[in-house]
Design a protein around this ligand. Structure first.
Ligand SMILES: *[C@@H]1O[C@H](CO)[C@@H](O)[C@H](O)[C@H]1NC(C)=O
Ligand SMILES: *[C@@H]1O[C@H](CO)[C@@H](O)[C@H](O)[C@H]1NC(C)=O
Ligand SMILES: *[C@@H]1O[C@H](CO)[C@@H](O)[C@H](O)[C@H]1NC(C)=O
Ligand SMILES: *[C@@H]1O[C@H](CO)[C@@H](O)[C@H](O)[C@H]1NC(C)=O
Ligand SMILES: *[C@@H]1O[C@H](CO)[C@@H](O)[C@H](O)[C@H]1NC(C)=O
Ligand SMILES: *[C@@H]1O[C@H](CO)[C@@H](O)[C@H](O)[C@H]1NC(C)=O
Ligand SMILES: *[C@@H]1O[C@H](CO)[C@@H](O)[C@H](O)[C@H]1NC(C)=O
Ligand SMILES: *[C@@H]1O[C@H](CO)[C@@H](O)[C@H](O)[C@H]1NC(C)=O
Ligand SMILES: *[C@@H]1O[C@H](CO)[C@@H](O)[C@H](O)[C@H]1NC(C)=O
Ligand SMILES: *[C@@H]1O[C@H](CO)[C@@H](O)[C@H](O)[C@H]1NC(C)=O
Ligand SMILES: *[C@@H]1O[C@H](CO)[C@@H](O)[C@H](O)[C@H]1NC(C)=O
Ligand SMILES: *[C@@H]1O[C@H](CO)[C@@H](O)[C@H](O)[C@H]1NC(C)=O
Length: 477
């Protein structure tokens, strides 16, 4: 006859003690899973008994430790984020057979990739922000249940193993900010469940094109490959990424045109292609109406700014500066309801500035310098009361500075030099409390200089005008 544990015997034989023994019996079901307890205490020891793991002791259940999550009294998740761990996690961690999530982020663990390929049930593996070096294991696909990888902000090097493309459950893959020095494997394009691909800040990559295969990632919502030595053209295949919400390929050496289909991605909200060597024109019309932030600055783009850009109801950031755009601004820009930052400086734009800009949105920055704009400054730039900068120097602007700017207490910088402005400076500008830079030189401004200016003013440049009176005393700090 099999031996039953003593509480069972009592339970079977005495109705009377039922109530009493039911208490120890319940505790019984939560008694530490001693096998897992032993594994974890050994791990703690191998990690050098970090003080941050003081609650890990032999008289408690691991399921009660803050860093541990259990299901049915078995460890499923370990979160050791920011626990000042310096030692490598020992392979015995994989003896926790139900472990699905391991978070070692934000520690100081040095050395090569940890020996954890036997943890085959892992779905979440976060090694980010440590001091890991050396290559990723070629057989990383042994961790075939992985849905989330974050190896970012380490110093992993070498090639990214193509086998990573066999982790078919993967939804999020972060490999940003490492020292990888190969190329991005086209096999990543096989990850049909991938939603986020973060490969940015890998400056040591060999110059290479974006793999055409990335266009197969139908579920991809975020593609983030800034500063990773990308060159060549943006593949047309990316226009097939219909789920895409964020596309960021900035600070690379991409050339050629922006595929017009990117402007038709209906879910795209943030498009960052700044600081590349992109050329050609923007498409005249496009269907992607949900853009919130558009930054194409510091490229070699030509042609005019399309009318459709002014139709974007959600667009907040409008950065097209440092390109070769020419022609007039579409008047619709003045009516955009969400616009907060308008930066088109350093182009070849001409014509008048949109008269209503500032009236229909919370405009913070208006930067149009180094173009050939003519006519007046728009009258309502500070209508929402949040404007911090008017940067309009080196144009052919004329007329007076709008009176309304004299009531704009948020202003930090006003740069109007090298234009044909005339008339008096609205008196409130001189004394706007936050103003640190007021550059008015090379215009035809007139009127008496004020006796005092704002105490925060660090750069006041007024030469080559028709001002009269004394140089104002800059109120001391
Ligand atoms: C063991 O840790 C628990 C908390 O996890 C704590 O309440 C208990 O006092 C500790 N026991 C010893 C002997 O340190
Ligand atoms: C893993 O969990 C299952 C049920 O969730 C349990 O039956 C099994 O004993 C656990 N494995 C270990 C090694 O604890
Ligand atoms: C890490 O933990 C320390 C305290 O232990 C805390 O001050 C710090 O803010 C934490 N860092 C992060 C990024 O959570
Ligand atoms: C991984 O598991 C295999 C068998 O399951 C075992 O032979 C091997 O020693 C384990 N490796 C490590 C590093 O624990
Ligand atoms: C990576 O290496 C660079 C030097 O190449 C060093 O400056 C940086 O601190 C290292 N980062 C990490 C996370 O180890
Ligand atoms: C993965 O992608 C590569 C190249 O893109 C291809 O040759 C290979 O057949 C694919 N593998 C699987 C399992 O789909
Ligand atoms: C987009 O996907 C379709 C269907 O998968 C394919 O036939 C087409 O070639 C792809 N387009 C590009 C530009 O890669
Ligand atoms: C960019 O690529 C071109 C060739 O396509 C090359 O001539 C140029 O040096 C590269 N520039 C940088 C900054 O890498
Ligand atoms: C940009 O690309 C052109 C060729 O399209 C090349 O002549 C030029 O050197 C590139 N500029 C930079 C800064 O890489
Ligand atoms: C812009 O393109 C022209 C002609 O292709 C090229 O000569 C010039 O170097 C490019 N400018 C930059 C900044 O790359
Ligand atoms: C500048 O504007 C004046 C009129 O204010 C006009 O006569 C002149 O042609 C313009 N110059 C340029 C270079 O656009
Ligand atoms: C003031 O600003 C102008 C225009 O940006 C700049 O050229 C000049 O160097 C600045 N002067 C000082 C003292 O910072």
């Amino acid at each position: 006859m099999p031996k039953l544990p003593s509480p069972f015997l009592v339970l079977l034989h005495t109705h009377f003690t039922l109530l009493l023994i039911s208490i120890p019996f319940q505790v019984n079901s939560q008694i530490p899973n001693t096998e897992e307890l032993t594994i974890l205490l050994n791990i703690k020891q191998e990690l050098g008994n970090p003080p941050s793991l003081s609650s890990w002791n032999a008289t408690s259940s691991p399921c009660d430790w803050p860093e541990i999550t259990c299901i049915e009294n078995s460890v499923t998740e370990i979160s050791l984020q920011n626990k000042t761990i310096t030692q490598k996690i020992p392979p015995t961690i994989c003896n926790l057979k139900n472990l699905t999530s391991l978070d070692l982020s934000l520690n100081d663990i040095a050395g090569e990739f940890p020996d954890i390929l036997n943890c085959t049930r892992l779905e979440i593996l976060d090694l980010s922000q440590n001091l890991f070096v050396g290559p990723l294991p070629n057989d990383i696909d042994l961790l075939s249940a992985l849905q989330y990888i974050n190896f970012g902000a380490n110093n992993f090097s070498g090639d990214i193993p193509p086998s990573i493309g066999r982790l078919s459950e993967l939804q999020k893959l972060y490999l940003y900010q490492n020292e990888f020095d190969g190329t991005f494997p086209k096999e990543i394009g096989n990850l049909s469940n991938l939603e986020v691909l973060g490969l940015a800040f890998n400056e040591k990559m060999k110059p290479a094109s974006i793999p055409v295969e990335f266009g197969k990632l139908k579920k991809l919502q975020t593609l983030w490959i800034n500063d990773a030595n990308l060159m060549g053209e943006i593949p047309d295949s990316l226009t097939n990424l219909t789920s895409l919400e964020i596309l960021s390929l900035a600070i690379n050496n991409l050339t050629g045109p922006i595929p017009s289909g990117l402007f038709s991605l209906k879910n795209l909200k943030n498009l960052y292609l700044f600081h590349n060597n992109l050329s050609g024109e923007l498409p005249n019309s496009f269907e992607g109406r949900n853009l919130v932030e558009l930054d194409l600055s510091a490229n070699n783009l030509t042609g005019s700014i399309p009318e459709d850009l002014g139709e974007l109801q959600n667009l907040q950031l409008f950065n097209l500066f440092s390109n070769q755009f020419s022609g007039k601004l579409p008047p619709s820009i003045g009516l955009m309801p969400s616009l907060t930052g308008f930066r088109v400086f350093e182009n070849k734009l001409s014509g008048v500035l949109p008269p209503e800009i500032g009236l229909h949105s919370k405009l913070e920055a208006f930067e149009v310098s180094s173009n050939q704009f003519s006519g007046q400054l728009p009258q309502h730039l500070c209508a929402a009361g949040v404007l911090t900068g008017v940067v309009a120097f080196s144009n052919n602007l004329s007329g007076e500075v709008p009176k309304s700017l004299g009531n704009c207490s948020t202003l930090r910088t006003v740069q109007l030099h090298h234009n044909k402005f005339s008339g008096e400076i609205p008196s409130g500008i001189w004394t706007a409390f936050n103003l640190s830079s007021l550059v008015l030189s090379n215009n035809s401004f007139s009127g008496e200089l004020p006796r005092e200016v704002s105490c925060n003013l660090k750069n006041l440049t007024i030469g080559h005008n028709r001002f009269s009176g004394q140089i104002p005393a800059v109120v001391a700090f």
